[in-house]
Design a protein around this ligand. Structure first.
Ligand code: FEO
Length: 405
């Protein structure tokens, strides 16, 4: 059975939802599922914008067959060929062999590299600024390299103002019938997943997102719909989401607040993290979030690290090193290019406390534009009453730093 939604007039969402996949890219948990969005334009020519993951191909085909009826598919625009969107290209070619594929040179190269059998079909290579007419609808192609792969482009329909934005403006989460962002309480129910998606998938490529946002700024007044490849379509309050993307890709925190991430073996480092959280709240800063790195997926830690201005790392020393799960979190922050945060350190060790120095070294040497506060809370096995002044000083240092930012 088909399952389609009308975006506007002659443009339809023909994608699919996936609640079966547990790990997106086999790494990021998606408890709320994910959608693979594809769009069908029924102009004088028929045009499919992107395909879907192989697991959702049957739904895509049913949706297309329902809308196309006896009409052929004339064009397939591939904005992003990564297999969660491009895996069904060959199936489209089998069913509509006369279709012309429009994409970038790099995209065709990657399709061949992945073993997609596209040669022998009509391939139309486009680049930045090229235009194309499908009848009533005229589109222009805009290069979007590294958002999120090097071949990516976005397509702007100058007739109806639809921006097919590829991975940009995507989110985790299955649509489950609700196509538009204004059909859900996005801020309450979707923003965390949107941030987790962007920061973990494209976080490393902030400057490239910025480049795309600058291009979009030039046509902002003409954009009426943002049609991403994952998550809801935007037709209202576009600036709300564009602003979020702008902040995330500039590595600017959304909120003044404190993320306390702790690595604790027997609960003593955890107790120090909790004591600091209570102290901060007591002093009036209640935007405090405490996470155990051992039972919080690193994609969530990353998302929170992008959201908040201050990060306290509380780690036990383990085999004379940083606790491995904490180290993994640090490596993810580095890999995703997180910048412009203020760190504080709580260290613990029963006979050779080294985690604090090692964390400091990592942040100073491996990360960009970070500040580490001088005040450090150092524990020998547990937080004793004698540390009350140090705990207080650490809380004050965090508050001072926040007041100056
Ligand atoms: Fe949703 Fe970069 O693929």
């Amino acid at each position: 059975m088909y399952c389609v939604r009308t975006v506007t007039d002659d443009l339809y969402w023909v994608g699919a939802n996936d609640h079966r996949l547990h790990l997106f890219e086999n790494i990021h948990p998606i408890p709320r599922g994910v959608s693979y969005n594809a769009y069908l334009l029924m102009d004088e020519k028929t045009v499919l914008f992107d395909t879907v993951d192989w697991s959702a191909c049957r739904q895509l085909l049913e949706n297309m067959e329902h809308l196309l009826g006896e009409r052929p598919l004339d064009y397939l625009v591939i904005n992003h060929m990564e297999p969660d969107h491009g895996a069904s290209i060959e199936e489209i070619l089998l069913r509509w062999p006369q279709v012309s594929i429009i994409s970038t040179e790099k995209s065709f190269m990657l399709m061949r590299q992945f073993g997609f059998h596209v040669d022998g079909h009509r391939l139309v290579e486009v680049k930045e600024g090229d235009t194309f007419s499908f009848g009533k609808h005229e589109v222009t192609f805009i290069a979007a390299p590294m958002v999120h792969w090097p071949e990516a482009m976005v397509t702007f329909d100058t007739t109806n103002g639809a921006l097919f934005s590829a991975d940009a403006f995507g989110t985790f989460g299955a649509l489950d019938g609700k196509l538009f962002a204004d059909e859900v309480d996005f801020d309450r129910d979707w923003l965390d997943d949107a941030r987790r998606y962007l920061t973990n998938i494209v976080g490393k490529y902030g400057p490239h997102v910025q480049l795309l946002l600058k291009k979009a700024a030039g046509i902002l007044d003409q954009i009426k719909f943002i049609c991403p490849l994952h998550g809801p379509v935007w037709r209202k309050d576009l600036m709300y989401f564009i602003d979020k993307y702008d902040k995330w890709s500039r590595y600017e925190p959304e909120e003044k607040g404190v993320l306390i991430a702790y690595a604790s073996m027997y609960g003593n480092t955890e107790a120090a993290a909790q004591a600091l959280a209570a102290k901060l709240c007591e002093k009036g800063m209640s935007n405090v979030w405490v996470y155990d790195v051992s039972n919080t997926h690193v994609s969530q830690l990353i998302s929170e690290s992008f959201r908040l201005s201050h990060i306290v790392l509380a780690s036990v020393t383990y085999n004379l090193e940083i606790y491995p799960v904490m180290y993994d979190y640090l490596c993810h922050m580095k890999g995703l290019n997180l910048q412009n945060r203020t760190f504080a350190i709580i260290e613990n060790g029963s006979w050779a406390c080294r985690s604090g120095d090692l964390i400091q070294k990592f942040v100073d040497n491996e990360m960009k534009n970070m500040t580490v506060l001088n005040e450090r809370l150092s524990l020998a096995s547990s937080l004793s009453d004698s540390k009350a002044a140090e705990l207080d000083a650490l809380a004050d240092a965090l508050l001072d730093s926040m007041s100056q930012a």
